[in-house]
Design a protein around this ligand. Sequence first.
Ligand SMILES: *Cc1c(COP(=O)(O)O)cnc(C)c1O
Length: 435
Amino acid sequence: MDSGEERRAARSRELWERARQLLPGGVSSPVRAFAAVGGTPRFIDRAKGPYVTDVDGIRYVDYVMAWGPLILGHAHPAVVQAVQRQAEQGTAYGAPTEVELALAEAITAAMPSMERVRFVNSGTEAAMSALRLARAFTGRDKIVKFAGCYHGHADSLLVEAGSGVLTLGLPGSPGVTAGAAADTWVLPYNDVAAVEELFARHGEEIAAVIVEPIAGNMGVVPPDPGFLPALRRLTREAGALLIFDEVITGFRVGLGGAQGLLGIVPDLTCLGKIIGGGLPVGAYGGRADIMERVAPAGPVYQAGTLSGNPLAMAAGLATLEVVSQPGTYERLERQAARLAEGLLAEARAQDVPYCVQRVGSMWTGFFHPGPLRNLEEVRRSDTAFYARYFHGMLREGVYLPPSAFEAAFVSLAHTDQDIEFTVEAHARALRRARQ
Ligand SMILES: *Cc1c(COP(=O)(O)O)cnc(C)c1O
């Protein structure tokens, strides 16, 4: 931690004292607490485009971007206007709306595997509900997930999970029953042989394989070329379902998500983040014959007072309209590639072991020569160095994820100047972290 930087954060420090008396760990979601990097979390006052400004008036170029939803940047005029207009017409009705149809149409058009969509309020709900549906559809109990992948905090998915579970070094979580844990089989990411072996022995017990098709919650780990095709083949042969958790990758790596980019068709897909434009949202969907088992079309119960909330639907729809314009993903790729090249070149010049793992605008800079293909390898990166570097970047005015194991995001709002500013900050932060 950097004491000069801490001194500048007087108001954040005050609020942090208050927060810890009120909220467990001072936060509403664990990684925000800076546990992995030390120091005081910055309380954010406002944000615009690629910048967040904290309560001490310090502005940062932001690469957390609310952990993924803000592909347009903060407070994009189209999103602000859509939310304002909807708010004036009412914020919730508990009845069907046209805006949820428009968003469902935009989603199913971009991701044809999603023949039916159910909106929920978070990615957690989406994954939890998709698993219930997969179990009901197959009449089987077992779920296969991969170490370091995070699918929200439903009991059966909190086994060897990524994101905050990983950042805090927790094996799983107390409060998860032995039964829930026993129904979840965890394998190493990118390990086709392990999946083949499990399916050979237990294929007919497996309801579903759930996977981040591009992992983001142990830091970015792309799939090996053969990994997802093997999952598709093995699940199909065994009568199990393949669930892609595209809560991060949906509309992030392309309009068609990872499934469009990589050409693999899952049975069910989970979405969240970008499709809510920064408001709370989730969705799951897929094959019509499976989704038609969801209540009230079928017997698998799942409901929500604020599901399909019109504010979230309006924000999501406005976001998808902007990203659907030509050139969006080319621009994101160009900006993120420039950033990655700049960061790598400076690390090389200073002889710091470093790699950038990136798919489009989602990326992680690991302090390790790389490549890192699974959780065990990711854990070999230098987290103590990351913590020093993180605080150096903060001091330079760049807000990175407060954990070595999270994805960072470039938005459409990041300009060439922001990228240059970031690379120069990185050069100085590296120098300081090496001392
Ligand atoms: C963020 C995330 C979730 C959980 O979404 P919440 O809205 O935080 O509940 C699930 N899966 C993946 C891949 C995510 O990145």
